[in-house]
Write a protein that binds this ligand. Structure first.
Ligand code: CTP
Ligand code: ZN
Length: 154
């Protein structure tokens, strides 16, 4: 983006999720449970030019900082995203999202016959076989979930 143009304004306090895989901003907003009925401003930018990759999405949330589980959820959809914590207009913390090797209790298996979907008291558990494109292997049934399966479960 040229220096003469500012597409979305800076925020005062909150979180900027930057370098989101283009096309996934709306999913990121959804997994964060944002409905649009919140008080503070929320800014989305979709398919905007990026220096690092060709294009990216951005989500800016005024007045909210994310917890680790939310960061892991974002990593499932946008493995190159960075989370910037903003306080008084300054970036006070920058974190690249990172998926743990084992994912527990974040999403459920799509295989309806999987024991983790029965009434048994087992925690959903997946192994990250690949981050991009996403491949998650269920610990119990071996089912391989892709990003589209994950999106369906959120
Ligand atoms: N940002 C914002 N409000 C602020 C400060 C920063 O919305 N008060 C946004 C910037 O627009 C950018 C992101 O937060 O999208 C990260 O800011 P910064 O680290 O200053 O930008 P870069 O150096 O370009 O980041 P990176 O190296 O991660 O690409
Ligand atoms: Zn399973």
């Amino acid at each position: 983006m040229s220096e003469t143009e500012l597409r979305v304004s800076k925020i005062k306090d909150g979180t900027v999720i930057d370098h989101i895989t283009p096309g996934y901003a709306l999913d990121v907003v959804k997994i964060l449970g944002i409905t649009g009925k919140e008080k503070g401003p929320i800014t989305l930018a979709i398919n905007v030019p990026s220096k690092r990759f060709k294009t990216k999405d951005i989500v800016k949330i005024e007045g909210r900082e994310l917890n680790p589980q939310e960061v892991h959820k974002i990593a499932l959809l946008a493995p190159h995203a960075s989370i910037n914590i903003i306080r008084d207009y300054k970036v006070v913390k920058k974190q690249e999202v990172k998926l743990p090797k084992v994912i527990e209790n974040i999403i459920k298996c799509v295989n309806p016959a999987c024991i983790s979907n029965s009434n048994e008291p087992v925690k959903a558990r997946f192994y990250v076989d690949c981050e991009d494109p996403l491949l998650l292997k269920c610990h119990y049934c071996g089912y391989i979930m892709e990003k589209k399966d994950v999106l369906q479960r959120f």
